[in-house]
Design a protein around this ligand. Structure first.
Ligand code: FE2
Length: 383
């Protein structure tokens, strides 16, 4: 009997950078133990749902733990990203051939080079990333050679949303007082490993105090994600910040073995504002972490293309407490919306103008917002 030979080359082990010792202000996010969502004990299920509800309504961000990945599996995902983006195994020719062409496609597919976005006057971004969609994830020509041996790990990781996101959407359906599988069955896209969403491996280069100063201490402008849910593996470099209800930016603290979750605009629209998309950004990191690369691994879950962004008026919650239709003439921010867009139309509009330099600044409660026009309405994103 032939002996199976493992031909997958070993990866350089990932070692998480040390946490900062800087005295910075963190947001106090709640932790949801995902393993308890389907507990056989009713009181446990209720307890985790109530905590989730508070996290969504009050913070807009939360930590997930016990979501089905060991620390070893998490570190392997970071090691794969490190292999491609830090260790230099993706060739310059591959970077050129696979460079994303989102202005043609409305999707971020492929390699994003450093220095693509204007962060501030004379300062370009410091970020490289590789982005996978269902249709390209399993297709060799769309991948650099260095990632092909690990594609099964990447596909397996992406299938995680079938477990994690399904449970998140179950609790969000419950918040809307809809049947518990409603959002998973009717809204979440299901084609391929991550539906119409995408998977991103991202690397922020080490930075300097001078660069941070020139960039206004921002590495990625404030924004809302456009999709349903965003699932990020927690990592130690302190830079992700959330804009609180008090209009203050606070850091998201590292949670070893955890995942950071936030909601996107599709959920905000269809929930009539009851499930808000949270504003976040990537700031410069504290000086004691500036020499380290910042790797992030994220799944961006998306709706089916043809889902209408109209509020779900069948929801008893919306019927009882009211709702905002962001595309209804007369609603604040509506300019000339003639039709409610689909999730695909919204996605394409948002992707085509992501991370552009602020054009029209509005200041509210001391926060500067970039006012942009999409599909008939104004969207405010904090700078
Ligand atoms: Fe984001």
């Amino acid at each position: 009997m032939p002996i199976a030979v493992n031909t997958i080359p070993p990866l350089r082990p990932y070692v998480a950078p040390p946490e900062t010792k800087a005295d910075i202000e963190y947001c106090n996010l709640r932790t949801i133990d995902l393993s308890k969502v389907e507990s056989s004990v009713e009181s446990e299920r209720e307890e985790v749902f109530n905590e989730f509800k508070r996290a969504i309504s009050e913070d807009g961000f939360l930590y997930l733990v016990n979501f089905g990945l060991s620390q070893e599996q998490i570190d392997r995902q970071f090691a794969i990203a490190q292999h491609a983006l830090i260790d230099g195994h993706m060739t310059d020719e591959e970077k050129k051939d696979l460079e994303w062409k989102y202005l043609n496609t409305g999707k971020y597919t492929g390699y994003k080079p450093r220095g693509y976005w204007d962060i501030a006057k004379g300062v370009k971004d410091n970020v490289e990333s590789f982005n996978y969609y269902s249709e390209t994830m399993c297709d060799g020509p769309h991948l650099p050679a260095c990632l092909r041996p690990y594609i099964q790990d990447i596909v397996d990781f992406n299938h995680l949303h079938e477990y994690i996101n399904k449970l998140l959407l179950k609790m969000l359906s419950k918040m809307l007082e809809l049947p518990e599988d409603f959002l998973w069955n009717e809204v979440q896209s299901h084609n391929g490993p991550i539906g119409e969403g995408y998977f991103r491996q991202m690397m922020f280069h080490p930075t300097t105090a001078e660069r941070n100063k020139a960039a206004g201490n921002v590495q990625m402008h404030g924004h809302q994600d456009y999709g349903i849910t965003t699932l990020l593996l927690s990592q130690p470099i302190a830079a992700l910040q959330v804009l609180g209800k008090d209009d203050k930016w606070r850091y998201v603290k590292y949670k070893p073995g955890g995942m950071v979750v936030n909601l996107g605009e599709v959920l905000e629209f269809i929930s009539g504002g009851h499930l808000p998309a949270t504003r976040h950004r990537v700031s410069g990191c504290p000086p004691d972490q500036s020499e380290y690369y910042r790797l992030t691994i994220g799944l961006f879950c998306a709706a089916k293309n043809d889902v209408s962004l109209a509020p779900l008026t069948q929801s008893p919650l919306l019927q009882r407490e009211g709702y905002v239709n962001r595309f209804e003439p007369g609603t604040e921010g509506v300019v000339d919306a003639t039709k409610i867009p689909t999730a695909e139309e919204w996605r394409v509009a948002r992707v085509l103008r992501s991370q552009t330099q602020p054009e029209d600044i509005v200041v509210t409660n001391g926060v500067r917002y970039n006012k942009q026009y999409f599909k008939g309405i104004y969207v405010l994103e904090p700078v």
